[in-house]
Design a protein around this ligand. Structure first.
Ligand SMILES: [Zn+2]
Ligand SMILES: [Zn+2]
Length: 380
């Protein structure tokens, strides 16, 4: 830790603008203790890591964007990220929109956990999932999300009558991955557009959210691509992946240099590429994620980024939080206890219609043991 701090301080002196991983140096954000201003955007990193290893401190990709108008958007929902979302104890009645960049599990593997957990904890309206087509219908978002819903059929049916009917529905919004800068969402003054990314198979995309004169860009996994440079340019807050260097990946995964170079630099973006992208896009804050924040890899990553980019930078870790307004960007680190209770639910959740009843067969019910009598069921 001390070594890492010395490296960071040295690099800050040598290279100028602050580059921070949140857990070392940032002021604290205590969730649910401040009201977002009407003209402000708050962004929370719910997952900044890779599919392997999933660690307690770095889950797979997910980002939450909260707006001063009350809207909340999730961008990706990678494996493990929901632990961080639940730890924040948000009002789940407001979180019903997820935008997927692509269908690697480190970007949508917690969709089932979010679907069920948010329904149990306050969501009483359908979950809307936005994502792209694939090269064939079975490789698209619709097919993937329908398959997830089939996999959780038992889970969904078991909650019949106990949870709000509409919370058990999912609405899929699939759009053509090939279209440049197409508007995929436009409501309540919020516009979200998408464009293609270059990553493993056709179908990875990036998003730009515009609201109230502020702009947020979320880059899905990609090697540097010309669409990103064109459509992310001059946005206020820009997130782009920053993979380990080929050498770092070879050391980390104990791979040969050829597959390490291919994965790092041909289907992902290594740190020098990230820096070049950000130098072209010129955001008010550049955010690197999809990282391995082991000290030796971190050091090489930061040095490589600073060879090609000298602007404002955060190397994000899980639970880094940014408040973005027209005049400033404040970066903090959210903290919460390891064990939390579910957040309060709303009156609307409690009163939302519930119909039907999950039933078991006479065969199973015949197995009830008479040695225990449950308390009588209240009227409601
Ligand atoms: Zn991917
Ligand atoms: Zn990924």
């Amino acid at each position: 830790m001390l070594n890492r701090l010395i490296v960071l301080v040295t690099l800050c002196i040598v290279l100028g603008p602050v580059s921070h991983a949140a857990d070392d140096q940032l002021p604290t954000f205590f969730p649910n203790t401040e009201v977002l201003a009407a003209d402000e955007m708050r962004i929370t990193a719910l997952g900044t890591g890779l599919p392997t290893p999933l660690t307690r401190v770095q889950k797979s990709t997910s980002w939450m964007v909260e707006l001063g108008n009350g809207d909340v958007f999730l961008f990706d929902i990678g494996t493990g990220s929901m632990e961080n979302l639940f730890g924040l104890r948000p009002d789940f009645s407001r979180i019903d929109k997820v935008f997927l960049s692509h269908l690697h599990t480190d970007h949508f593997g917690d969709l089932d956990a979010f679907y069920v957990g948010s329904w149990l904890s306050g969501r009483y309206t359908p979950l809307h999932v936005y994502g792209a087509t694939g090269e064939t219908p079975e490789l698209g978002t619709r097919a993937a999300v329908e398959a997830v819903m089939k996999a959780v059929a038992w889970d969904t049916k078991s909650r019949t009558g106990i949870l709000p009917d509409l919370g058990g529905k999912v609405v899929i919004h699939e759009f053509d991955y090939r279209k440049e800068n197409q508007v995929v969402y436009e409501e309540r003054g919020v516009k979200i557009s998408s464009w293609p990314a270059i990553h493993s198979l056709d179908g990875s995309v990036s998003y730009r959210l515009e609201w109230n004169g502020l702009s947020f860009v979320f880059g899905g996994d990609t090697r540097p691509n010309r669409w990103f440079i064109k459509y992310a340019v001059d946005a206020d807050f820009v997130i782009h992946e920053c993979f380990p260097t080929p050498e770092g990946l070879a050391r980390f995964n104990q791979w040969e240099m050829r597959p390490s170079t291919f994965v790092s630099s041909y289907i992902h973006t290594p740190p020098e590429g990230f820096g070049k992208v950000m130098s072209a896009v010129r955001p008010r804050m550049a955010v690197a994620y999809h990282t391995v924040l082991l000290p030796d890899i971190y050091q090489g990553m930061l040095e490589a980024i600073r060879k090609t980019y000298d602007g404002p930078l955060t190397i994000a870790t899980d639970l880094t939080v940014w408040n973005v307004s027209k005049d400033k960007i404040v970066t903090r680190a959210a903290v919460f206890p390891d064990r939390v209770t579910p957040p309060p639910t709303t009156e609307a959740f409690k009163k939302a219609p519930r119909s039907g009843e999950a039933k078991m067969s006479d065969y199973i019910m015949d197995g009830v043991w008479e040695g225990f009598t449950p308390p009588p069921l209240p009227e409601n």
